[in-house]
Design a protein around this ligand. Structure first.
Ligand code: AMP
Length: 187
């Protein structure tokens, strides 16, 4: 199964992505994880990405799109995958549609975790207070991430809605409840 998982920062997308990828036995491809690994290894990609990440901004499209293209042609993606954190802009979404066509990949399921704004802001504050150890996790940076989300990523949902491909899932409730909803919607 080919899945694209969308959702704002603070929606629990990362956790749901890991569980869903396991449930569907497909590789979990998180562009955020790829960038964090690149930063940790000190690679050129990491050097280019780190200043954007640390300030809560999106990494430029050309860097991300190239990286996803390279990843999706890996053999483990031939039967399916779960994309987490990509696409984050309409340009990325269009590039992905073109890539799917080029690779002859069909039946893409696009799932969005829907969480109200006030809940997201509350979760971000709590995350900031507890300090989860991510360098972009201060409350201020989290707010900037949310701003980037509304400006650049929210239109991605509209893009898939227009294509009639969007499955919206209520992201409120326990981790298990949300997971069950997503799995049911994909059955
Ligand atoms: P994430 O773990 O998905 O929240 O990603 C962490 C950070 O990596 C983001 O705040 C961005 O700086 C960067 N990033 C991850 N995925 C993308 C993407 N698709 N486009 C642009 N930047 C991204």
């Amino acid at each position: 199964m080919r899945i694209v998982l969308l959702g704002p920062p603070g929606a629990g997308k990362g956790t749901q992505a890991v569980m869903l990828a396991e449930n569907k036995s497909v590789p979990h491809i998180s562009t955020g994880d790829i960038f964090r690994a690149a930063v940790a290894s000190g690679s050129e990609l990491g050097k280019q990405a780190s200043s954007y990440m640390d300030s809560g901004k999106l990494v430029p499209d050309d860097l991300v799109i190239g990286l996803v293209k390279e990843r999706l042609v890996e053999p483990d993606c031939s039967d399916g995958f779960l994309l987490d954190g990509f696409p984050r802009t309409v340009d990325q979404a269009q590039a992905l549609t073109a890539l799917f066509q080029e690779l002859g990949m069909e039946n893409i399921r696009v799932v969005e975790l829907v969480v109200p704004d006030e809940v997201l802001i509350d979760r971000i504050k709590k995350r900031g207070e507890s300090g989860s150890g991510r360098s972009d996790d201060s409350v201020e940076v989290a707010r900037l991430r949310l701003k980037e989300y509304y400006e650049k990523t929210a239109p991605v949902s509209s893009y898939y809605k227009t294509e009639g491909a969007l499955i919206e899932i209520d992201g409120l409730g326990t981790i298990e409840e949300v997971h069950d909803r997503v799995v049911q919607a994909l059955n």
